[in-house]
Design a protein around this ligand. Sequence first.
Ligand code: F6R
Length: 609
Amino acid sequence: MCGIVGYIGPRPVTPILLDGLKKLEYRGYDSSGIALIENNRIEVYKRQGKLEVLREELNGREFYATAGIGHTRWATHGKPSDINAHPHTDCQGRFAVIHNGIIENYLPLKEWLISMGHGFRSETDTEVLPHLIEEFYEGDLVQTVLRVTRKIEGSYAMVVLALDEPGRLVAARQDSPLVVGLGDGENFLASDIPALLCHTRNTYILEDGEIAEITPDGVTVIDQYGRPVAKNVFHVKWEAAQAEKGGFDHFMLKEIYEQPRALKDTLSGRIDPDGARVVLSEIKMTPEQIRNIKKIFISACGTAYHAGLVGKYIIEKMARVPVEIDIASEFRYRDPLVDKDSLVIVVSQSGETADTLAALRESKRRGARVLAVTNVVDSSIAREADYILYTWAGPEIAVASTKAYTTQLMCMYLIGLYLADIRGTLPEADRREIIKELRKLSDKVKVILNNCSIIDQFVRDYAGSENAFFIGRGLDHTVAMEGALKLKEISYIHAEAYAAGELKHGTLALIIKGVPVIALATQQDLFEKMVSNIKEVKAREATVIALAMDGVREIEKVADHVLHIPRTHPLLAPVLTVVPLQLLAYRMAVARSCDVDQPRNLAKSVTVE
Ligand code: F6R
């Protein structure tokens, strides 16, 4: 997730680009850059680090350009560095491109372009774009960009500046946001509205497949077939702080709604074209080494630990290798039986959590290979692990983790399928079926996000509660733990998760009239058992909200409220069941006037023990 800005008009462009980028820094902040046409050539300035580093570099220089593009980066392909920062240019420096998203097929395109004589400087997927434009350019930038969009797969919001056509910027969008700001004798581009607000409130929101040509005097838009599109002006009414959150009241809610995109990105490029197998070139172990893994250890903290719990379940089920899981702060001190035949998986959104980093170091000291699942490129954990599987969630700003969790789950499925394929432990038909269902998850999350009104009613009735219980069996129990953590950390309601079969071994004593119980019942083979457990708490007059898959009607007879989630493979249910639980926690916290994005006593990244 990066921030992009563009401007064309009568004013000097540099301060406009830098101010716009400042407003977008929340979208990514590991490097930044601008491109403009000065002295009849494209000049690019880009630096690793926060925007201030670039600002200092530009300080004192005189610029006359009145058109240009700017970018603030959150690294995906290629670590944060001056060279990997955007804009990227072609061989002759005639085109400069900024891009947000992932070009899935960049590797074959890069190979082809190299065979055509193009030279690459960076490790990014983005750099194929200026070279493709250079390869296809025949004097019309709009037509060239249209042709390029037919060659590339993946998600992109891109803006192109061309030396031969200094009077226009050309932008294209697919699955990444891009907004045109309409001024008077000047026009703007940005990946998000905050960058535009001090200039204009009149915008065109570009849709997937659209290409926009922006000059100082006008904006024309065509669709993917080259046909003109008549755009309606969207007048922005949001205040600046709200615009930063994409119109949502809190970053947490924005991040919950970003999950369909984040899941899609995390899957992108990791399934072979035939849909038969997972391709994880990041795990540079030989098949022999993978077959020789005797044991897997997973270590993480908090929400990442909960993702690891799902990972244990999935990897054991698919790859038939024993998996142990520890909270990282326990693992490092318990003298674990890790050795050179072990694979240790550490999971961390930030890549900086002190205990998880210590678990990684302890594992390496004992001779194990370490695979990191993390969201932050070049974080400490990414730098020290042997192999890295990135979750492409984009920056997570709210303290309560949401999109990081679901993308960590996605990585667990990918690891499970990958190991199972090499170890020959899952029939191909099953693998194909799970991969098919994995691809549908993003759309199913969207369905849930649009159908959660039942939660509002529950929140109205129970916002005053001081306790809540989450119960489930198998995978549902692991999600119950995440649901309870979300609720307690942001709404301050005391929430506990229990394996439903454990209730009668003690906790049932706490179940009294009116206590809210959230019961997860998505696992077909455990369903009857869960129905019994729900009856158990109902007999003590608890109020039960149950989560079950679509079409499961039997549960309506026992629970007070039922929230149905779209049907999926039972192993994949956690990605869907957690979404209503995130929304429940969020709405409870709002109803109780809590500080959702920065709950008391908590920090986003725990870099001390
Ligand atoms: C809860 C939450 C924390 C983190 C934990 C680990 O919503 O965000 O429990 O999951 O502090 O952080 P990372 O994943 O950065 O290692």
